[in-house]
Design a protein around this ligand. Structure first.
Ligand code: COA
Length: 188
């Protein structure tokens, strides 16, 4: 089934549903050790696994409660896929969690900030969520900077709460309320 999710635009980017043609690129990105370092999987990440994930996404029309939904981040000027952003909706749909991953060659241009801010916009204004959160390894400075630049506040650290297979690490929690985002937007 084709995804019915309408792409989200920013000045330089389009966030669009994934297709199976994105599988190889996603596997390459997720197999990079700097990408996987603070993420929920360990490198290497197989094309097969990427295909399974995308096949599952294609069964849904967009974010649905209790699931993660990944979108490809495509650069408008050359159509290149820079990475992906993801949104998780809580069971009651009131809270969303965001995540973001870029290819190493695409980092350092504030693309992650631009894409994630658009996802926050979508969650607040289209889905009507009350709160957005994000979790990251406390040492993942690039990720922390993306969140801070958007306006997320540090809410604390869950000690030794994040497991990837048999390794555990601390988990830094960041939160942004819909009303805070709306007042930031009103100042733009
Ligand atoms: C996190 C990630 C998406 C950020 O991408 P990016 O293109 O570097 O993001 P941006 O350019 O929007 O912003 C990065 C900010 O972090 C800063 N930064 C990046 N690496 C840094 C480092 N090692 N030390 C200090 N600051 C750093 C940049 O200078 C920039 O700061 P600024 O906003 O003050 O200019 C990217 O690094 C990535 O894909 N990492 C691997 C996957 C990952 O960890 N995802 C997050 C999981 S929670």
């Amino acid at each position: 089934m084709d995804a019915a999710f309408a792409p989200l635009d920013t000045e330089r980017l389009t966030l669009r549903p994934m297709t199976l043609d994105d599988a190889e690129d996603m596997a390459e990105r997720r197999s990079d050790t700097t990408t996987a370092q603070y993420q929920a999987w360990k490198a290497p990440y197989s094309v097969e696994r990427a295909r399974d994930l995308i096949t599952e996404l294609l069964t849904r029309p967009g974010p649905t409660p209790g699931n993660w939904y990944q979108l490809a981040v495509e650069r408008k000027r050359d159509g290149k896929v820079l990475g992906d952003v993801a949104l998780f909706l809580s069971g009651n749909g009131r809270t969303a969690e965001v995540g973001f991953t870029l290819h190493p060659w695409a980092r350092g241009h504030h693309y992650a900030t631009e894409a994630t801010a658009r996802l926050v916009d979508y969650a607040v204004f289209d889905l009507g969520v009350h709160r957005i959160e994000a979790c990251t390894h406390p040492h993942n400075i690039a990720s922390v900077r993306v969140l801070e630049r958007i306006g997320f506040l540090a809410e604390g650290i869950r000690r030794e709460a994040y497991w990837v297979e048999d390794e555990v690490s601390d988990d830094a929690i960041y939160g942004l309320l819909a009303r805070e985002w709306m007042s930031r937007r009103a100042q733009d």
